[in-house]
Every structure is written in C-alpha cells, then in structure tokens.
Design a protein. Structure first.
Ligand code: ADP
Ligand code: MG
Length: 657
C-alpha cells in the first residue's frame, strides 16, 4: 500500500553530519544527555550500516524519507499550529516531477541536447521544488486565511485533488504510474542501491533537522512559535503573521517534495498510491505520536510507525487468520492511547525520562527560577534601572506621538466608542479610565491596529494609520501589553522578551536556517537581557514564562514591549493581579520611562495607582469621553463621580491630591 522498502544492493555510511549543533533541537525537553544519546544512536546506525541486511537498510531508508516529511509537519503543525493532511500530495509532486523529467520523451528530447543523462534527476529536483513552491504558495495564499476546522478540511480537499490528478493524467502514466527511473549519481557515485541512497536520505534528514533547529532558534523561529497561539500578539510585535504562515507551509511542502524526489529514485518507479490521503494522515500521525512540537519527535514518530506497520502487517493477518489492512485499526487505537497518555507525543516524555535515568534531573521551571544560571555574571539589580547613557533631561520633549480624532466604533447598534479624541505626548503618562464596558479595550484595539474605527482617524507619529495593520503601528514605534497576558508559556522569559526585539532585526529565513544570523541574534538576545535587567527580571531569564506569577508576567510583557525600542507604550491594566510592592515597583518603572521621554497610555482600574502616576486622565463612559484633565480636575468632575457612583474613586484618594 505505502512505500514498501525495497530489497537491493549494498555500500557506504550515513550520519556523518551528526555535528553537535544539529542536536540542539531547539526545544526544551532535550537535555545534554538526550543529545548524547541521539548522537550515539546516529553514529551506531552509521557504523552498523554496512552490516545490516538489505531489508533492514531499505526500512531505515524509508524511515529517513518519512522523517523528512514529518520534520516539515513538526514545523508547520506542531510549532506553527497549521494542521495539514495533505503533505503526501507534495511528496507526489516531488516524485512525479523527477519521474517525468527523467522518462518522458518530450522532456528528454528537449533536455538531452544540453544536459548529460546523469543530471536529469537534478533537473527533476529543481522542477519538483519549483512546482511545489508555486503550488504550496498558491494554496497557502488561499487556504491559510482560513482558521479553525476549515484549514485542515482544505488540506484534505487539495490532498485528494492532487492524488486524483496524478492518477488521471495520461502523460503521468495514469494509475499504473511511470517506470524505468534512472538511479541518482552524486559526484560520480551511483546511488542505485538502497544502501547508497539510504545514506543520502539520512544525510539529507540530518541536514534538514539541523536547518530547522537553527530556524527555531532564531528571530524568525520565535515568530513561527507565536503563530499557534498568539497571532495578535505577534502582529503587535511587528511580525507579518500571514507571511510567516505561508513560509512555514511552503518550507514543509518543499521538504515533502525533496522526500518524494529521493523516494522516486529509491523505488525507480512511481504510481499515485503512496501519495494518497491515507498516507497524508499517516504523516500527521507520525508527527503527533513522536511529539509534534519536537524535531526529533519526527524521527521517533517515523521510526515507530514504520517499524510497527511493518510488524503489524505480518502479525495481524496471521493472528486473525484472515488477510486485510488490520494495521490501520491498530493504528487508530494506538493514536487514541497516545493522545490520552502523551498529549505532547512520546519524544518529550522519553527525553525527560531518559534524562532522569542518566541521573541529571532537569530543573523544573520553579527550580530554575530559584537557581539562576547567570546569577554570578548578572547581579540582580535592586530596582528598575535606567539604560546607560540616557540623560533624562535631554530626552524629555512634548512631541505628539498619538492623536485620535473623533474615533467611533460601532458593533451593530452598539456605540462602543463614540467620537473619542485623545492625544498622547512624549514624556507623559496618560491614563484612560472608566467603568467596565465603557469601551477602553475597544479604543486600545483601534489605536493599535488590531481593529479599525467605523469613522474618525488615528495618527501615530504624525502619520494617518487608517486601514493599516498592527505591525505597521509597531514599526512606527508603538509597544503594547495585553489585558490578558499573551506570552509563550513554554518558552523562556528571555525568548519571550527577545520576541519584542523582532522588528529591530533583519535576518530572514534563509540566513536563520543556515545559521548566518548569529551576530544579529546575539544582539537581539543582549537587548532582551538589558530589558530584563531594567525590569529587575534577570533572575528569571531562563525560566519558562508560564511558571511566573501573573504580576511578573505583566512585567515580562512590558520588558518585551521595551525590547522593540518603542516611543509610545500602551499598557492595558498593567497593575491587575500585582501585589502592593509590585505595584510600587511598576509605578517606579513607568515614572522612569516617562522621564526617558516615552509616551505612555495606560488603562487601569486601580485608582490609587492611576491618580498618583498619571499626568492626564481621560474618562470614558458608555463609549464617550465624559471628562479629561489632570487627576485633580477629573476627581472633582461631577460627571465622573456620577459614573462611578462613588464606588471606585475613594474619597481618601481625592483628598490626597
Ligand atoms: P472596557 O474595556 O471598557 O471594559 P470594552 O471596550 O471591552 O469595554 O467594551 C465596550 C462595549 O463594546 C461593551 O458593551 C462590549 O460588550 C462591546 N464590545 C466590545 N467588543 C465587541 C465585539 N467584538 N463585538 C460586539 N461588541 C463588542
Ligand atoms: Mg477592557
């Protein structure tokens, strides 16, 4: 049914690319012991390779081919959160492209004059990659706009379409397929035997894992990680999430096509069967069982499923005394079991268990927090620090950063914001207050590009922002935090803060994959580290963000916003959930930032906090501005006292000012 391992010739040795960098899978669960184990495993396979039976060699070659596709799925589905059932179709594109180039009379006649026969498969690779690039970009542009269940459904639709296309095109041999593919030759070596091609497949797999792990360990990798759970946050950091999604999708497609190309030259014939929807589901199954968020999970999943399928295909018919695809039923049950017991897949559990056997327990986030690895090199500051070299008096100015004029937002018949006008200047803290449902969050969305006003205009740094996305606001110097904290809980505090520095970097996907971004990456991380120091969070740099208290997470969000070097900061309820002392430190930090010349617009319910900090206050009620002025003016406004019914603004606060 699927790719059957072939039994053919002999020679060579895989896995020479197993350099240390490759084993940094970019995921938390792989400690040093696990890396060593993987290295030993790959070296062991390389050493044993010449002595393995032809059958075993074919099986391992198939595993590598599966794992290349699955690694792409780990990036796309596990990390970026886009489920695809259709990867087998891209494998098919890669296979059919090379099969056609190498065997069709049209292609060989056209190319024969200026290309040696040995180069035809490489032309096939280029064609397959080009086709896959075009098709996946096109499909991605259409389908990736969809969310929820629609995206996976669409992948099923085009997975099926391409499969039937392969089977129904006469020049691709219909359902019988294409036979007589030549063997690959590389630097004059023939790869006719599965033993030789298997080496190539493993080398390609290891290079793919190395590249993907580099990617995940970079600025663009952090952007990809944010796609799954926090697209609004990512856009607010200046990340073009639609582009990131398409790139992840295209990269996964290209890896599938490369696997297909290798597969075609391993089998030396192609037919539509291995590119069926079933197999597309099987790839996804491998990723999920292995651990969809972990690159080495792809190898584990591909190995387990391939070996298991092999065994079950032999055993089950014998056991049950009848022939049939019983392994499919067994897989279904296995999937249920794995998802129940190991929702993250097997790799993370195995990795941490293995680590425990090796006698070096991994620090839990809380332990990691109490034992900061860099406590000696980075003494923790007592309070918030001003960045070096900034003179407070010099940077203070009154430039207008934000100007919202007559901004209105309707939700059906509801006027959530009714002609709201506000300005925020450099070097001031402007507070936006009002009872629940007054329209504060709606207004925040309008002035940060998350939502568009029904009428009225928002100007940022003097530019009209009508119709522009959140990332443009970020590029112009807007930093923000969220009422409901949006951090990547599994990632470290340092990585989360570095995400804020995204738009200050340049390195793209290719540079990141090839690890040519190290200088810039070091700068971004150093900037994140500086912001952590400034916010007195250095001790938590290595802890998972999810392990921090809500108050600390809010400060991490501020540090993340600061890492983007903003001129204007929007803070949505920064003091909510903070303890008294934390509020005091937060107020000190905001005072410090104001002194450095930042403009700050803050929505906050804690009146004590607001009244003591803000230079100006605007009060919203039922979507309209009912008062605006200094804290003293606002507190004595009858409209404000009326709106709050004397409940929230406590008399003592009013008296104090
Ligand atoms: P606040 O942040 O001041 O508590 P919001 O801005 O969240 O208030 O809400 C203002 C009003 O707009 C509320 O009545 C809310 O129900 C309504 N609203 C907010 N967002 C939406 C939306 N996406 N669709 C419909 N109504 C909304
Ligand atoms: Mg709100």
């Amino acid at each position: 049914m699927t790719r059957e391992p072939l039994e053919r010739g002999i020679s060579v040795d895989p896995g020479t690319v197993a350099e240390a960098g490759l084993l940094r899978s970019g995921t938390g669960a792989s400690g040093r012991g696990v890396r060593a184990t993987v290295l030993i495993g790959v070296t062991g396979l390389a050493l044993a390779w010449p002595f393995l039976s032809d059958f075993t060699v074919s099986l391992f070659a198939t595993i590598a081919l599966y794992a290349i596709v699955t690694a792409g799925l780990v990036l796309m589905t596990g990390v970026a959160g886009m489920t695809s059932f259709g990867q087998a179709a891209f494998v098919g594109l890669g296979s059919y492209a090379t099969a056609w180039v190498c065997t069709s009379p049209v292609a060989t006649a056209a190319l024969g004059a200026w290309v040696a026969p040995g180069l035809l498969p490489w032309i096939g690779l280029l064609l397959g990659a080009g086709l896959t690039f075009a098709v996946s970009w096109g499909l991605g542009a259409v389908t990736l706009r969809l969310s929820g269940h629609y995206l996976p459904l669409c992948t099923i639709a085009w997975g099926l379409s391409l499969y039937f296309l392969f089977g129904n095109l006469a020049f691709l041999g219909g359902h019988t397929g294409i036979t007589g593919l030549p063997a690959l030759t590389l630097f004059g070596f023939s790869m006719a035997s599965p033993r030789a091609l298997g080496v190539l497949a493993w080398v390609v797999l290891l290079i793919v894992l190395w590249g993907l792990s580099n990617l995940l360990d970079s600025r663009e990798g952090r952007a990809v990680r944010a796609l799954k759970s926090s697209r609004i946050m990512a856009e607010s950091m200046g990340i073009d999430t639609a582009r990131s999604r398409i790139k992840a999708f295209v990269l996964a497609g290209l890896l599938a096509a490369i696997s297909g190309w290798l597969y075609a030259h391993l089998q030396r014939f192609v037919n539509p069967t291995p590119f069926n929807l079933n197999i597309g589901i099987e790839y996804l199954f491998m990723a999920v069982v292995g651990g969809a968020g972990h690159l080495w999970g792809a190898v584990l999943g591909a190995t387990l499923i391939t070996l298991l399928k092999q065994r079950l295909q032999d055993w089950l018919p014998q056991l049950l005394g009848a022939s049939g695809n019983f392994e499919v039923i067994a897989f279904g049950l296995l999937m249920l079991f794995v998802l129940q017991r190991f929702p993250e897949g097997l790799w993370p559990s195995l990795a941490s268990r293995w680590h425990r056997w090796l006698g070096a327990p991994r620090l839990s986030p809380r332990e990691a927090m109490s034992k900061p690895a860099d406590a000696d090199t980075h003494p923790q500051p007592r309070g918030f620090m001003a960045p070096a070299g900034i003179s407070i008096a010099e940077t203070r100015s009154q430039a207008q950063l934000l100007k919202a004029s007559q901004v209105t937002r309707r939700f059906g018949g509801l006027l959530a914001n009714d002609s709201v006008s506000i300005t925020v200047c450099a070097g001031e803290v402007h507070a936006l207050i009002g009872p629940n449902g007054a329209g504060k969050s709606t207004f925040f969305n309008l002035i940060s590009g998350v939502d568009q006003p029904s009428s009225g205009e928002v100007q940022l740094m003097g530019q009209s922002m009508t119709g522009r996305p959140a990332r443009d606001f970020a590029r112009l110097g807007l930093g923000r935090t969220f009422q409901h904290v949006r951090l990547l809980n599994q990632r470290t505090v340092l990585e989360n803060v570095a995400m804020g520095a995204y738009r200050t970097g340049q390195a793209g996907w290719l540079k990141s994959i090839l690890r040519l971004d190290r200088r810039e990456e070091a700068e971004l991380l150093a900037e994140a580290q500086r912001q952590l120091e400034r916010c007195a969070l250095t001790a938590y740099a290595g802890a998972s963000a999810g392990a921090l208290s809500l108050g600390q997470q809010r400060i991490v969000e501020i540090a993340r916003a600061l890492a983007g070097k903003p001129r204007l900061l929007l803070l949505d309820e920064p003091a909510a959930g903070l303890r008294h002392l934390e509020k005091q430190t937060l107020a000190r930090l905001l005072g410090q930032l104001r002194a450095e010349g930042l403009g700050i617009l803050v929505v906050e319910h804690d009146m004590d906090f607001v009244m003591n900090l803000a230079d100006r206050i605007t009060v919203l009620n039922f979507g309209s501005v009912i008062a605006s002025g200094t804290p003293a003016e606002v507190q004595t406004s009858p409209a404000v006292l009326d709106a709050y019914l004397g409940g929230v603004i406590e008399p003592e606060v009013i008296e104090r000012s």
